[in-house]
Design a protein around this ligand. Structure first.
Ligand code: SIN
Length: 301
């Protein structure tokens, strides 16, 4: 007899406000992230007839997201996405570093099934908590096979993993995304195996251009604990104070990899004839930092 297997959706929980609890439900802004486990989180959320499998990969506030948790998450997403009976994966995550995790997972894994990251801006026990609605939307998105690859499902919108950014600190819908963002062709992507085997992650520092900027921070760090790479969040089209630029050129001569992004939320950096340092295209500074970390892992012998 040919028994048709019911497809599963896998939920990987990592913490965040979606799993947070307010001490006083009338003051939901005073809460602690990552308190509710995945079973409690899904209570009365899973649509009838859906076969759901859960794993608690981490239980953290995403401001504390680490490479070790990324490795665990990558390993679990890769594992489940490779199973025939799995339709897709839902990941619960804090909003604060969600864009970095989305970029990382999409760049490294490029999954051929839907992987939906979802989240909340209000803790689980707040009267108007948005977590349940976001989770339901993430399930629908994965079930509909709307698209393959990593997406972010939040507040009725779906963003692609490489393009999403948290652009508002407290609105219920904190994310926006730019069209046409892709991983820069000049930067290499390591294999899943290379990332999982990595015990010593590249140190890539982020520095801003601003009024009164100079190269002190770059020179000081290069003299003491030299980073492997620098991302400079430049002004406007990635422009840098002449002293910061000089310090970054020196860092480059010393072997550090340097990439220019923009501190503007939108538009990225376009190349100019006068460029002396490489640029990150449409990537935001935090996306460029993840991209450079991956490039440095991929280039290791
Ligand atoms: C977090 O990122 O874990 C806390 C904030 C949030 O989820 O909105």
């Amino acid at each position: 007899m040919n028994v048709k297997k019911i497809k599963k959706i896998v939920v990987l929980a990592t913490g965040g406000t979606i799993a947070g609890l307010a001490m006083d439900v009338d003051q939901p802004q005073n809460y602690k992230a990552a308190q509710v486990n995945v079973a409690q989180l899904l209570h009365s959320v899973v649509p009838a007839g859906l076969n759901v499998l859960t794993e608690q990969v981490a239980q953290i506030d995403s401001k504390d997201m680490s490479f070790a948790v990324w490795q665990s998450l990558l390993e679990r997403v890769a594992h489940w996405a490779a199973q025939d009976e799995v339709q897709g994966v839902v990941i619960t995550h804090g909003t604060d570093t969600l864009e970095e995790t989305a970029y990382f997972l999409q760049a490294v894994l490029q999954p051929n099934k839907p992987v939906a990251l979802t989240c909340a801006m209000l803790p689980a026990n707040a009267p108007e908590s948005d977590g349940t609605a976001n989770l339901k939307e993430a399930f629908s998105w994965v079930q509909s096979m709307g698209s393959v690859g990593v997406s972010v499902v939040c507040a009725g919108q779906v963003h692609t993993g490489l393009a999403v950014q948290k652009s508002h600190s407290h609105k219920r819908n904190p994310f926006t995304s730019q069209a046409h963002v892709s991983h820069p062709a000049s930067l290499q992507i390591p294999s899943v195996a290379q990332v999982l085997a990595c015990t010593d992650w590249p140190h890539v520092a982020l520095v801003f251009n601003h009024v009164g900027a100079d190269g002190r921070m770059v020179r000081t760090l290069m003299a003491h604990d030299a980073p492997d790479g620098w991302v400079a969040a430049g002004t406007g089209n990635g422009t840098l104070h002449h002293d910061l630029e000089a310090a970054l050129l020196d860092a480059q001569k010393q072997g550090a990899h340097v990439l220019r992004a923009s501190r503007c939320a939108w538009g990225g950096v376009q190349s100019r004839d006068t460029d002396v340092l490489p640029y990150a295209g449409l990537l935001t500074a935090v996306q460029a930092r993840v991209a450079l970390v991956l490039d440095l892992i991929a280039r290791r012998p």
